[in-house]
Ligand binder design. Sequence first.
Ligand SMILES: [Zn+2]
Ligand SMILES: [Zn+2]
Length: 375
Amino acid sequence: MSTKRCYYETLEVDRDADEGKLKAAFRKLAMKWHPDKNPGDATSEVKFKEINEAYEVLRDAEKRAAYDRYGHAAFEQGGMGGPHGFGAGFASSFSDIFEDLFGMAGQRRGTGRERGADLRYNMEITLEEAFQGKTAQIEIPVSVTCESCSGTGAKAGTKPKTCGMCGGAGRVRQAQGFFTLERTCPGCQGRGQMIEDPCPSCSGSGRVTRDRTLSVNIPQGVEDGTRIRLAGEGEAGVRGGPPGDLYIFLSLTPHEFFQRDGADLHCRVPISMITAALGGEFEVPTIEKGKTKVKIPAGTQSGRRFRIAAKGMPVLRSRQTGDMYVQVVVETPQNLTKKQQELLLEFEKLSSGETHPEAAGFFAKVKDFFGTRAT
Ligand SMILES: [Zn+2]
Ligand SMILES: [Zn+2]
């Protein structure tokens, strides 16, 4: 009684085509005949429907075997497929193909279980805390599964009823021309169940908001922008879905003394012109709240850096430690008294190319430069 085209012909494949070949052929043809690509073209709509139907059967080993044996008759009234075999499975796997093919956001079918949302918590820590590591107690409002109803949303002692509109599937199908559209059941919003007596603690949502105190372990050496993930500490899932994760975003408050560069710490120390000229020693604080001596040689120039090994930051998840760099900046004296000015002028008279080799060299070059230009 069937005037249908052979499924293999429809998909333009051989009778022994394997799964991969079938899928490739289906993709190609579905793309070609998709109604969105051929608006208003009735032929392409028919083709598209045929292609879907053929693939629907051939991708399923059982249905394919039946088709190979009985042809289209296998799926007609009273055939082995019957309304339950082929008919019932059609719409749901049809949308599977769609999601697979066109990357449509797969709406969850059935129970309406949903993973809880991820939460973000911003935490500021000091450089010292990043150095030492710490255990922080944080309090976050999270929605958790309601204890009174165990998340069902139904008042204690009652049970949610299966939704009459979708029979508990959470989805309803609608025929629209050649297409069967599936959408979230409007009666139960996809839950598949109706609550007649909502739980008073959560008003039927199955979730309540609680302040939860969590202990967060901040490892030594964390950097600005480090993200710590606490799996499963996010919001509770919906209707028994898994919980989301909690992400702690760390930011470091600027330090008054140290700048951080990876595991190294940098600081700038002003020194007097005299110390720079004569050499000397001074103390600088360290991140571990100690002190360390920096010895500078006579004739130290402004901007010179001194490295103090292993006084930097610990490297995250390793036993290494960075270094500390102390940069000296020579401070030019200001607000001089008469006496001081006299002494400096006295000193100036005694200065020479020996005391200021760089300046002497520079001005000698300048002189040369103008000298050669003049001739
Ligand atoms: Zn409840
Ligand atoms: Zn429903």
